[in-house]
Design a protein around this ligand. Structure first.
Ligand SMILES: C[S@@+](CC[C@H](N)C(=O)[O-])C[C@H]1O[C@@H](n2cnc3c(N)ncnc32)[C@H](O)[C@@H]1O
Length: 274
């Protein structure tokens, strides 16, 4: 055990047949996801970041057949194969009885557009989107009020920023800026965090949702002082309004200050105002 990170024993989960679907997660990461599903037995799952649907496939296949899954992706067509719809792996590989009545697709939108419709009582989440700041921080801030106390939030690619440095040719799209999920994993003030124990540096992790008020989100918001890779202009105002409504004016002020700083950076330097 390191700090508050708890090792998990996943030796009982057979991943030998995983080659039947195209995966964007490594088999060991999928194994960890299955371990969390089997241990926590969720009833209402939310997935943010779907792409071809490899993770949706496992969320549906390995959970209680009565549990529902809401999958959200900003793209309607699969970014890895635009000739197919987002999440196509599920329809192509999974028995219809396992998804037809329990899989709700919210494609072509951000989670802020559909979280109210999805509603509360969410007890299991997988967040796996852009990995660069502010990416997953925004998604997480949008969903906190809808999570059950003790809900499990799984974050993928918490170690992605090293892939470029390791010169992994398969993962050249990721860069040293891909530290968003890793930072979120550390910033969340939950005393219960989980990581797999079979990788030198795990690339997947999870934490339990233990709060939703201003005190809880303040550490999360503060992490947004870190320099952002991109500024989602078209979303910022909506996120500001949501943060004010859900967490109060102090949280909104902090958020506004964090993003105002991003506009003050030019040629790689923060423009100090005298
Ligand atoms: C790494 S892939 C997801 C892989 C999937 N979880 C799996 O393991 O099979 C990232 C996906 O996140 C989506 N995405 C990017 N920004 C998003 C956002 N703000 N909200 C929802 N999805 C987003 C992209 O369109 C892409 O399909």
């Amino acid at each position: 055990m390191i700090n508050n990170f708890v090792s998990v024993d996943k030796r009982n989960y057979d991943i030998s047949k995983m080659q039947d679907v195209k995966l964007l997660m490594s088999p060991t990461d999928i194994k960890f996801l299955i371990y969390m599903l089997k241990t926590k037995k969720p009833k209402k799952m939310l997935e943010i970041g779907v792409c071809n649907g490899g993770s949706s496939y496992y969320l549906l296949k390995e959970s209680d057949p009565k549990a529902v899954l809401h999958s959200v992706d900003i793209e309607k067509d699969c970014p890895h194969d635009p000739t197919k719809p987002t999440g196509y792996t599920v329809e192509e590989n999974l028995d219809k009885s396992l998804w037809e009545k329990r899989w709700f697709r919210h494609f072509g939108m951000d989670v802020i557009d559909c979280i109210e419709e999805i509603g509360g009582g969410i007890d299991f989440v997988l967040i796996d989107t852009v990995h660069t700041m502010p990416g997953e921080f925004l998604s997480y801030l949008a969903i906190i009020p809808y999570l059950k106390q003790g809900a499990i939030v799984v974050l993928h690619d918490v170690f992605d920023n090293y892939h470029e440095i390791m010169k992994d040719k398969m993962l050249t799209m990721w860069t040293a800026d891909s530290f968003c999920t890793g930072l979120l994993m550390s910033a969340v003030p939950s005393p219960k965090k989980y990581m797999p124990d079979d990788q030198p540096v795990p690339n997947i992790g999870a934490f339990e949702q233990t709060g939703k008020d201003l005190d809880y989100v303040i550490d999360v918001l503060r992490a947004l002082y870190v320099r952002w890779k991109y500024i989602p202009d078209f979303m910022l105002h909506r996120y500001l309004v949501m943060i004010r409504k859900k967490y109060g004016q102090k949280a909104a002020d902090l958020f506004e200050q964090c993003y105002a700083m991003q506009f003050e950076i030019k040629d790689g330097k923060y423009l100090d105002k005298e």
